[in-house]
Design a binder for this molecule. Sequence first.
Ligand code: DGL
Length: 273
Amino acid sequence: MQIQNKTTAPIGVFDSGVGGLTVAREIMRQLPSENVVYFGDTARVPYGSKSKNTIIRFSRQIIRFLQTKNVKAIVIACNTASALALDIVQAETDIPVIGVITPGARAAVNETKNAKIGVVGTEATIRSETYTKVIKTYLSNATVIGKPCPLFVPLVEEGFAKHLITEQVIDIYLSEMKNTDIDTMILGCTHYPLLRSKIIEYLGDRVHIVNPAYETAMDLKDILNKQEIANTSDAPGTYEFYVSDAAEKFTRFANSILPYDVASTQYVNIEDY
Ligand code: DGL
């Protein structure tokens, strides 16, 4: 009976805002029977410029909220929260909690031929060097070059992914990286997969681009199977979306990147948790 309930319980996915939908989208693709509850902290985005303590506090509140929805596992879709809070919240939570850093680092290690890996992300993610540390646990002789690209997030949110100005910003941030001999680059921020084609155009096909979302969905699948809590139903999963502000704007963004209709998004006062 217990297991029956657990299998149909939803997966909680959270991010600082809309960007984590790129991870939720991959979970929906790879695990189509799973129900998903998504929370975007749109009132307090960006996390990338905030301190570790603040990000831990925010993550704890969101996990408390998701647990009111009886989630069976939690995916921290936000790279910044994964880099700064995952270890702490994992130790405090009695259901599986996974982040995006380890899956992304592992994918890059599997891909690189010359052990030279670039990582782009928020200030906080790059400063934490979490990607570097995790990459080195798999490949101790790896050279990891990190670069914060803070303007990529507002450019995506403004709908400027295909705009000329984005090409200029890519050039400013990535020209140094382009002159190195990295053969693999991790898109270490939820929003950056939406700039993937522009980044590939800029770096050329010499550099393999890694989006941690796919590997994260695969890790989640593994954990659900191992713990015997995967949803084995044939029916498609159902999805619920919650945000801490600007629900309508979120719904519009979600509809522009998810391959089905998001009817509505509900507001949550996250400071209550
Ligand atoms: N979701 C964040 C990340 O993946 C990017 C946006 C932010 O700074 O909050 O790091």
